[in-house]
Structures are given as C-alpha cells and as structure tokens.
Design a protein around this ligand. Structure first.
Ligand code: GAL
Length: 382
C-alpha cells in the first residue's frame, strides 16, 4: 500500500515551511499568550482518538494522521476505542490530563463527549472533529470531513444507475421497474448517518413515488433501517430477517441501498446464504469507503458500487488544521454553514467523494496509488 507517500511529501513540505519561518517549529512565534507560545513542535503532543480498528479505513486514517503530524514534527498519542463509548471518553480524559495540546477526534457516539470537550476547553486545548461531527458541544473548534450529503446522493445515484433507471449522465435509463429495493442506514449516533440517508433518499424517493422502486418490507424510516455501530453482523441479521418476512413468497430483491462497505458485506452474506449469486443474480448493492475486500467484490460482480473517499486527503486536512491551530491561526474552512452541531455551526473543510463501480476501479483506486493492483486482485491490503 502506498497510502503514506502523499502524506510524507506533504509532511516534509510542512516541516520545511515551518523551518523556513525561522522559528523552532509550530507555535514558536505566535505570541498568542497561551501555553504553546514557546514550544517547539517536538515538545507538543497531539491526541488522536479513533473509533475502532475493526474497519480498515479507521486504521488507515489513524496511521495517516499520525504520519502527517510526525512529519510536521509533533508527537502523537493515537488511541483506538474498540467502538466502546466509555473507552473513548476515558482515552480523551487521559489525553487532557497528560497535557496533549490539541485533540483530533473521530467520535463513536457524536453526542457523548460534551464533558470531555468542556474539560479540554477549560485547559485551552482545541478540538478538531474528524469525519464525524461531535454534537451538542460548543467546544468543537473545527470539522474535517467529506460532503456527506453528497455521499448519500452518490449512493442513491449509483443504486439507480445499477438498476438501469438512470444513465451515468443523469438521463433516464432504459429500465422502468418496478424493482424491489431494501434500505439500510448507518449508526444513528453518528451524525453522518442522517446526511447519507437524506442524500440517498432525496435521490431515490421520486422513483419510489413513481412506483419504479418498491420497498417491499415497508421499512422506509431511518430508524427502521439503521445499523448500530455500522456492524456487519447486525446488517446480516437484518437482511436475513427482511428475506424471511418480505420475500418468503418467492419474490426477489433487486437492489439494496447500503451506506457502508462493512454493512454491504453483511447484506451480501445474508443474500448468498439465501441462494443469491449462485444462479440467482445478485441485487444491485451500494457501499462506501472503498474497503479493499469490497473492491474485490465489486470486481467480481458481487457488489455494484462503493463511494471512494480518499482518506489520505482527509488526514492531510486534519494535519493542516491542527498545525494552524497549534500556531494560533485559524484553519482554512470551505464551509461555514452546513454543520450545525446543535449548539453552534462548526467551521468545516469538506472534501469530495467519487462513485466507484467495476468500470473505474483502476483509474480511481490503482492509478491514484490508493491500492496496488496486487491488493485489488487479492482483496487484501498488504
Ligand atoms: C462514517 C464514515 C463512513 C464509514 C462509517 C463506518 O462516519 O463517514 O465513511 O466509515 O462511519 O465506519
């Protein structure tokens, strides 16, 4: 995997920039009056709290953020919380107690960290919300993520193109349906889940209204479709239940809206156990994150699409924002309207994402060195 190369270049560039400023590194000459004012970058530890190592994307995110921060001269305290909320709260408490100067947090439950964040604020520690917005707190200083509503639009769009209801250029496709489609959503304690759902449902609702898409289970509400902690096993169980309750009459599932590759793999297992894929065509199944196992499933014609979010760029943005904030500067935002966390609108830097199907696996993922061809072929990152 060459995921780190872009960061190494960025990090080296940043380190040079800092050196060229004539100071001893980040925070050396801001005179901001805070505790960072005379610190060298190498005296500064940045806490990075990631949710889980069960998903490869968060491992890559953690590694990329760490590598970028280290290349800029900082020390890094990287922690994973096994998707356990008390563990993450405790890790953040410890980062504050140990004197970390800034926190980068990808929350498990976006509403569960208010007390940690107010301690951080009281200690003058800035907080960057990483990919998942922390809600209900005034003490979130910046947000780096993707355009999450558009991710949902892309999921809905790829479901429609996969079914043939839409052409890639947005014109009506040759198929008319009706198609049986089931809907899955992410974890409701993750702010992103609602954005993905809204984007996808705004895109496919007109086709439901026209009768071209039928949700045979009748489960069209996000709380019926949601999968706690985005877990593959929970998704598999729900798909099994849907097959039993709504498809026992011999009717077939034509499509499944899935918000994340791990959920898609659970759905695929349930479908394969029910005979899909062997003689019976697999439904059109969407996803997200371009996880390597799912990229192989896409190449093998088992999963239809994923949404590629280049997490190398996300890590770069987090590192840039962190460096700016440690130096007492405002990080560059490109959205100051969308992400209201219930207490404030958090200034954000949002990146773009891309639909990936079998047709563009190579150009999107291999040519960009996100994966090597060997990794794509094996369905495993080396
Ligand atoms: C979301 C994230 C997705 C996916 C999901 C499950 O917050 O935006 O890319 O990773 O969590 O981990």
């Amino acid at each position: 995997m060459k995921r780190r190369s872009a960061l190494a270049v960025f990090g080296a560039g940043l380190a040079l920039t800092l050196a060229a400023c004539g100071g001893g590194g980040a925070g050396s000459d801001t005179g901001s009056g805070d505790s960072n004012e005379s610190a060298n970058a190498s005296d500064i530890t940045i806490g990075v709290a990631m949710p889980t190592q069960t998903s490869e994307r968060w491992i890559a995110d953690g590694n990329n953020v760490k590598a970028g921060l280290e290349a800029a001269g900082y020390k890094v305290d990287l922690q994973y919380a096994n998707d356990d909320i008390p563990t993450q709260s405790q890790q953040i408490d410890q980062m504050i107690t140990k004197g970390d100067k800034l926190l980068i947090v990808a929350a498990i439950d976006g509403t569960a960290l208010s007390s940690q964040l107010s301690s951080a604020a009281a200690a003058g520690i800035k907080v960057i919300s990483y990919d998942r917005l922390i809600r209900g707190s005034a003490d979130v200083d910046f947000y780096v993520s993707f355009d999450n509503y558009n991710v949902g639009v892309q999921q809905g769009t790829s479901l429609l193109t996969g079914l043939g209801l839409l052409n890639a250029d947005g014109s009506p496709g040759t198929a008319t349906g009706p198609f049986n489609v089931e809907l899955f959503a992410g974890s409701l304690d993750d702010n992103n889940a609602q954005f993905f759902w809204d984007g996808a449902m705004d895109t496919i609702q007109p086709f439901i209204d026209k009768g071209q898409i039928v949700v045979k289970s009748g489960q069209t509400k996000i709380d019926q479709a949601a999968i706690l902690r985005w877990q593959q096993e929970t998704a598999q169980k729900r798909m099994e239940d849907l097959l039993t309750s709504a498809y026992g009459d011999g009717s077939k599932v034509d499509g499944v809206l899935s918000p994340y590759d791990g959920i898609s793999r659970g759905i695929i297992t349930a479908l394969q156990n029910a005979g899909y894929g062997a003689g019976q065509t697999m439904p059109v199944i969407t996803g997200q994150d371009a996880e390597i196992a799912s990229v192989k499933l896409i190449n093998d014609g088992v999963q239809y699409s994923t949404i590629f979010k280049d997490t190398r760029n996300l890590a770069d943005e987090a590192v840039k924002a962190a460096s700016a904030m440690v130096e007492g500067e405002e990080p560059e935002a490109n959205d100051t309207e969308t992400y209201d966390n219930g207490v404030k609108v958090v200034p954000s830097f949002l990146l773009e994402s891309q639909i990936v199907t079998k047709d563009n696996v190579t150009s999107a993922l291999v040519d960009t060195e996100y994966y090597t061809q060997a990794e794509v072929d094996a369905g495993k990152a080396s």
